[in-house]
Design a protein around this ligand. Structure first.
Ligand code: PLP
Length: 431
């Protein structure tokens, strides 16, 4: 079914080629819990391995449940194809190392999830890959950090705790001038932002968050925008434009041309996923399909509740500051309005009077909101970063990341807004 021109609510249910199970007529995508797939004959097997024909070989590399999920999320993000993986961390690793090897560098925003920060700064260093962190408040910082060995830019759409929306279009434009693709982590803003529409080349998600939506499954996904000319910038991308000795000399930009502009994502699947592993399990892919079906509905509920909570907190006597894209001013608000098209997201921070002790008392008094180090669950969540996720940082480092002693991070869920506010109010009274 052609659904590319349809609305997200429709794509979430019908996107991709899936209509029903060819063997049984089942409408829901089954969990194809199998490791391997029977070849029709030796010619079929040889064609699959030679990429002359596309089809299932082995679930580490592809599987029909994964495939249905990948097609749907690719369409929702406006991309051409996707690769589902076992975690968001695997997706970040694959996103960069698919085009960047020892001796190369890439430029990343400083405003990143801590796990991504560690992966880029420490683990990638052991692989000989250099990350150059730059402050995203000035997009030109990306240009200044670029040289001939720069393979990509990387950033989060809505990074917490600062929640300052990334200048996607501005940095994508600089990248396109220099032949450098922008990879966006859109974990915190599915549906409400489509980075590919603003010039990004690749999108990744930790599907663990809003896409799963129910806090049950770890997963990640990489989406190829199909909108970046890897061949035109051949000198910058030898991994896509020179013979790959691990695949009988395939030059990826040439080898997959008949399939469309999918060199990046096919290479990630047939080399990185083949060699490193980290596939999503068919069961978790099934969970993400269920999550996608209600994602647009849930995002609307998350965003509406978040506006109500932010508004309430901004008037509360015990709250000195609310950090929420919808309440920002100046350039930060302009970016929020330019890139968050269907709501301001459901993450927010606030500063409580009384600093660290009051922050801890607030968290300990919560009854409805869960105290967990996660975001994007259907349930409302809270954490006090200064005493948990950011406690190893010095006060100066904490300040740089946007965390103060009294900062509380909330991930607003889809309960009734009055019940969320009532729980926050009683915890503030106890703080
Ligand atoms: N990116 C962002 C923005 C995240 O918040 C997280 C996890 O919290 C990740 C990536 C990593 O995802 P996962 O936990 O699924 O590996």
């Amino acid at each position: 079914m052609t659904t590319t021109s349809k609305h997200p609510e429709t794509i979430a249910l019908h996107g991709g080629n899936w209509r029903s199970d060819p063997a049984t007529g089942a409408v829901a995508v089954p969990i194809y819990q199998t490791t391997s797939f029977q070849f029709r004959d030796t010619e079929h097997a040889a064609n699959l391995f030679a990429l002359k024909e596309f089809g299932n070989i082995y679930t580490r590399i592809m599987n029909p449940t994964q495939d249905a999920f990948e097609q749907r999320i690719a369409q929702l993000e406006g991309g051409v194809a996707a690769l589902a993986l076992g975690s968001g961390q695997a997706a970040s690793l694959f996103a960069v190392t698919n085009i960047c090897h020892a001796g190369d560098n890439f430029v990343s925003s400083t405003d990143l999830y801590g796990g991504t920060w560690n992966l880029f700064l420490h683990t990638m260093k052991t692989m000989g890959i250099e990350v150059r962190f730059v402050d995203p408040s000035d997009p030109e910082n990306f240009r200044r950090a670029t040289d001939a060995r720069t393979r990509c830019y990387y950033a989060e759409t809505l990074p917490n705790p600062k929640l300052a929306v990334f200048p996607i279009g501005e940095v994508a434009k600089i990248g396109r001038e220099l032949g450098v693709p922008l990879i966006m982590d859109n974990t915190a803003a599915p549906i409400i932002c489509r980075p590919l529409d603003h010039g990004a080349a690749v999108v990744m998600h930790s599907t663990t968050k809003y896409i799963g939506g129910h806090g049950t499954s770890i997963g990640g996904v990489l989406i190829d925008g199909g909108n970046f000319d890897w061949e035109k910038n051949a000198a910058r991308f030898p991994m896509l434009n020179t013979p790959d000795p691990s695949y009988h000399g395939a030059v990826w930009t040439q080898a997959v041309k008949p399939l469309g502009p999918v060199a990046y994502i096919i290479k990630a699947r047939v080399t990185l996923l083949r060699d490193i592993g980290a596939p999503v399990s068919p069961f978790n892919a099934f969970q993400f399909i269920q999550g996608l079906e209600t994602l647009p509905l849930r995002m609307r509920a998350h965003c509406d509740n978040a506006v109500a909570v932010a508004d309430h907190l901004s008037k509360h006597a015990k709250v000195t500051k609310v950090i929420f894209p919808g309440l920002m001013t100046g350039e930060a608000k302009r970016r929020a309005d330019a890139y968050l098209k269907r709501g301001y997201g459901a993450l927010m921070g606030f500063e409580i009077k009384g600093g660290k002790d009051a922050g801890r008392r607030f968290i300990d008094a919560l009854k409805l909101l869960y105290h967990v180090a996660n975001i994007g669950d259907a349930r409302s969540l809270a954490i006090h970063p200064a005493s948990t996720t950011h406690s190893q940082l010095t006060p100066e480092e904490q300040a740089k990341t946007g965390v103060s002693d009294g900062y509380i991070r909330l991930s607003i869920g889809i309960e009734h807004k009055d019940d969320i506010i009532a729980d926050i109010d009683q915890a503030l009274a106890a703080a």
